[in-house]
Design a protein around this ligand. Structure first.
Ligand code: PLP
Length: 236
């Protein structure tokens, strides 16, 4: 038990060091990259310890797990990073600072309808499937042309950027083309949107590929394994 804060702070220091080095290499200020600690592998105690160590932003991939964690640790910023089912939108909106994973026009419309009902501004990212894997959620790059028109009627949803998950690969360099393509997509879409100055974020990069993601312009990285490795609870 006594090891937990030690291991977490060592892991966090390593991740921060890697972020700083990747930013330096890319000529970017390190404060341009927000670390979102993905807590799906661990319980609320570890979330509290990481918060004490200075982490402010946390993510969950499943809405029901998110609801549970928010109830246990309400004092941090929570992000939803995984698929949102339409029947879980109403409970999820009040609990999240950002939904990274709006992955279809149907979901975008449903989030707008519920946001209107709750009279709430809802920042979202659009998730793109850049790797073309059939089992992955997300817009296809070819859907991008339809986005400017689809966001015109939105009054409560705030389009804050794009998100992607690279294909699993041994070599993080294999993720680079997908990350670069997401950045290019953001840059192409930005002038076509009603609030271009809000449309800035690129949520990309996980434990295996976040250095490459930062070099390609990530503003948010979603990290689980690198923060929790070495903890018995996590290995179990
Ligand atoms: C689990 C998860 C992560 C974190 O992955 P690690 O490889 O453990 O860092 C990031 N994003 C999403 C959407 C996830 O589901």
């Amino acid at each position: 038990m006594a090891d937990i804060p030690f291991i977490l702070s060592r892991n966090l220091a390593e991740v921060k060091q890697t972020i700083a080095e990747a930013c330096h290499k890319a000529g970017r200020p390190a404060d341009e990259v927000t670390l979102v600690a993905v807590t799906k592998y661990v319980d609320a105690n570890l979330v509290r310890v990481l918060h004490l160590l200075g982490v402010t932003d946390f993510g969950e991939s499943r809405p029901q797990e998110l609801w549970k964690k928010v109830a246990e640790v309400p004092e941090v910023r929570w992000h939803l990073v995984g698929h949102l089912q339409r029947n879980k939108i109403d409970k999820t909106l009040p609990l999240t600072c950002l939904i990274h994973s709006v992955d279809s026009f149907r979901l975008l419309e449903a989030v707008e309808a519920e946001a209107c009902k709750q009279n709430r501004n809802v920042p979202v990212l659009l998730e793109f499937n850049m790797s073309g894997e059939a089992e992955k959620n997300g817009f296809a790059p070819g859907d991008a042309a339809l986005i400017p028109e689809s966001v015109q009627p939105l009054r409560f949803v705030r389009l804050a950027g794009l998100m992607t998950m690279a294909a699993l690969a041994e070599d993080p360099e294999q993720a680079r083309p997908a990350f670069a393509a997401l950045r290019e997509l953001r840059d192409r879409l930005t002038p076509m949107l009603p609030s271009p100055n809000l449309f800035t974020h690129l949520s990309m990069g996980m434990t295996n590929d976040f250095e490459v993601a930062i070099e390609e312009g990530a503003t948010m990285i979603r990290i689980g394994t690198a923060l929790f490795r070495g903890l018995q609870e996590f290995e179990a």
